[in-house]
Design a protein around this ligand. Structure first.
Ligand code: DGJ
Length: 725
């Protein structure tokens, strides 16, 4: 049950998993008092004295230092020396916002956020809406706090509105500020690069400013819009963790400030380096939504909360538990070098192996023989496909497969018909030569005419091909950040307006084609974030499909995102990214962790391999519900040792799929005895591959032996099922 209790100047939000408490101090100053495990009641005197305030009644802004006060929406310039959550320049040029609480209301359910993806009510949630006002400028801030039943989560957002008579300029807007009474934490962020996305970085919290950020115009390959604070010693199963994630796909900051008094402030929101928003009288600006998670069961408990939140309240509900097609993607099979015969032959071999879907990747449109041209010219390259897309699709369908296709709708090649017709549609700074990356420019997606073009070209491609799947790619980050249609004083709106435009396009397309599966991609996992997962139920995890690299990338990704969201494919050896040769079984074991497929030419498989692939696909189908919809536990971390292991356990605990991958072969060690998690201690299980029978308690306490073969990158996949009584 969710309760929002307002009494004695305290506001207490509570469900079975968490409490969140604030205090309305005299003068309307909104203090934060507590976030953590659920409390029956809160007597605030201790927390207030900790912040240097004798009692609520004794508080005055003049005499109590705001630098000591934990706050909900602090701004700079009022005595608080920590980084603020909002900065707004007034007509007089000053830039502090003195926001005081003027009203509060409780709403059943959850209001949608204008233009931005956000968590949804799935029945039973409650929202607290607080309105704060700065009398000096007329700036109003509406803060939303939503609690969901049975989840240790608070969803938060801020909406600013100019109720004054003169223009204001917002130069900082965080979605969430959380002041914590102590700094005895370790900071966890996810960082990486192309081919090694979402590594886990953990370090002690230090005084001052630390965290992660992106100014790429995308959440980026380099950092994820997420951060966690874990108590020293907190591990996968034990210890307190507080985490925040932003439902946003553009530039962001996720930071913590260790304060002089030994407290800590967590902030997550828009990156203000490339942001400045002119707010005319009557205009409003909505922040992205941030979600705050509390776990008493370590990092694993935090991940479970994120997974349940995204699955129940964010992912397109139509796809959450829907079986995903096993796909064969043409990219590493053919790159740009194909014609109709070759594609049909690949599709035929894929169909014989038991696949469901053939995906035609890059190279099918304009005159695209390499990555130098044609983005924007979304019509079939008749040199390669003389009968047009329709003819190819008919032949692919004749093999028994469905058809999916790649597009990169946000981009434009200078060498394209589109650029010659609409050069002003590219983001650019008038008078400066645009800087390309991967020989391409970015469309100014903030423009409505560009949005219409994107919707129309994707719709037309779906209509022409009957595609049931779109791989939505995005392969470069910002330069030339300028819009031909914005006046100078509004140019710095562009990065955020771009994201609003992109979300509008995605909304229109996913509403128009609800049965089409959209898989996101950005040079691999460069925009793997909750913003795009609102529209795309799965996301290509990384261009790096090497088993050992994938152990790290996928292990890291599951810190925040559930297995069903990860596109994971078996590829050929030597691996195209690392040149490593690994056994087919290990490549399969790694790819089983997510939405499963292949990134290779099936015609090049030996007869033996083809048989093995057929068995793999059957197995992937049979175990899909457990693997993708079960509860996921990380067991051994590739960041900490030579072995990686994880297990997915079906909700009724009657089936589990265990994956174990050894990185380097080792001599003269005992084989690993691996304690499992998530099983029912009272059930009896059989390991199908060995036919051995164990109690659930034994498997979790004594462990299961992992008799992996000698050799690098050797793997085991075990299916663990209850023995029928
Ligand atoms: C980058 C993607 O990550 C790849 O999978 C592939 O689709 C290429 N783009 C195509 O250009």
């Amino acid at each position: 049950m969710i309760e929002i209790i307002r009494e004695n100047r305290l506001i207490h939000l509570r469900n079975a998993c968490i409490s969140y408490v604030m205090a309305e101090l005299p003068g309307g100053v909104l203090a934060h008092l507590y976030f953590g495990a659920p409390l029956r009641t809160l007597h605030p005197q201790g927390l207030l004295r900790h912040a240097g305030i004798a009692s609520i009644e004794d508080f005055t802004v003049q005499e109590c230092s705001l630098d000591k006060l934990p706050q909900e929406l602090p701004s700079f310039g009022l005595g608080d020396m920590r980084p603020g959550a909002v900065t707004v320049e007034g007509p007089d040029g000053s830039w502090s916002a003195d926001l005081r609480l003027v009203s509060s209301e409780v709403i059943d359910g959850k209001p949608a956020l204008q233009d931005l993806p956000a968590t949804r009510d799935a029945g039973g949630s409650k929202t607290l809406r607080l309105t704060l006002r700065d009398e000096h400028t007329g700036l109003e801030a509406q803060l939303l706090y939503t609690l969901f039943e049975h989840l240790p989560v608070v969803a938060r957002s801020v909406r600013l509105r100019n109720t004054g008579s003169q223009a204001l300029r917002v130069t900082r807007l965080h979605s969430l500020c959380l002041d914590l009474p102590d700094d005895k934490w370790e900071l966890i962020t996810m960082n990486g690069a192309w081919g090694r996305e979402r590594g886990i970085y953990r370090r002690p919290l230090m005084p001052g400013f630390q965290g992660t950020a992106s100014r790429h115009g995308a959440s980026s390959l380099q950092s994820s819009p997420f951060l966690a604070l874990a108590r020293p010693g907190a591990n996968e199963a034990h210890g307190e963790v507080i985490a925040a994630a932003l439902i946003y796909s553009g530039s962001f900051t996720a930071t913590v400030f260790g304060h002089q008094y030994g407290s800590a402030r967590m902030l997550i929101g828009l990156n203000d380096e490339d942001f400045s928003w002119l707010l005319e009288p009557g205009e409003a600006l909505q922040s992205p939504e941030a979600v705050l998670v509390h776990s008493r069961e370590g990092i694993g408990g935090m991940s479970a909360a994120f997974h349940a939140l995204w699955r129940g309240h964010l992912l397109p509900q139509r796809w959450v538990s829907q079986p995903r097609p096993v796909l064969f993607n043409s990219w590493e099979a053919a790159y740009f070098d194909f014609d109709e015969d070759k594609l049909v032959a690949i599709a035929k071999a894929a169909a014989e192996a038991g696949a469901d879907l053939f995906v035609l990747d890059d190279g099918w449109f304009g005159h695209r023989d390499n990555d130098c041209t044609s983005l924007g010219d979304w019509y079939t390259d008749r040199r390669k496909l003389p009968g047009g897309l329709g003819c190819l699709v008919d032949k692919v369908r004749d093999t028994g497969l469905q058809f999916g296709i790649w597009m990169e709708p946000e981009m434009i090649s200078p060498e394209s018909d589109l650029y010659h017709t609409h050069p002003d549609w590219a983001m650019q700074i008038p008078g400066r030569e645009p800087i390309t990356s991967r020989h391409q420019l970015i469309l100014d997606v903030s423009r409505e005419d560009v949005q219409d073009f994107m919707v129309e070209s994707v719709s037309q491609t779906i209509r022409d091909s009957g595609a049931v799947y779109i791989k939505w790619d995005m392969n470069r980050n910002y330069s030339n950040i300028g819009s031909a249609v914005l006046p100078p004083e509004r140019q710095r709106k562009l990065p955020h307006r771009y994201m609003i435009g992109l979300y509008r396009v995605m909304k229109r397309l996913t509403e128009a084609f609800p049965d089409v599966l959209f898989e996101g991609c950005s040079s691999g996992g460069g925009r793997f974030d909750a913003g795009l997962l609102y529209f795309c139920p799965q996301y290509w995890c990384s261009d790096n499909t090497d088993v050992l690299s994938r152990c790290r990338i996928q292990y890291g990704t599951t810190i925040v995102f559930p297995p069903s969201t990860m596109g994971c494919h078996v590829s050929a050896v030597p691996n195209h990214q690392t040149a490593r040769v690994t056994p087919l079984n290990a490549r399969f074991a790694a790819a089983l962790c997510g939405s499963f497929g292949y990134e290779l030419d099936p015609r090049k498989l030996t007869d033996e391999e083809r048989e093995e692939v057929r068995r793999q696909i059957t197995y992937a189908h049979e175990t899909e519900d457990t693997r993708l919809n079960g509860r996921f536990y990380r067991l051994l971390s590739p960041f900490e040792g030579n072995d990686t292991a994880w297990i997915s356990v079906r909700e009724d605990q009657r089936e589990a799929v265990l994956t174990f991958i050894r990185e380097r072969s080792q001599v003269n060690f005992f084989p690993t005895l691996l304690p499992l998690r998530g099983l029912n201690p009272d059930f009896t299980y059989r390991v199908e591959e060995t036919q051995e029978v164990y109690g659930g308690d034994e498997l979790m306490q004594a462990g299961l032996l992992m008799p992996v073969k000698p050799g690098d990158a050797e793997a085991l996949v075990y299916t663990i099922r209850t023995v029928e009584a």
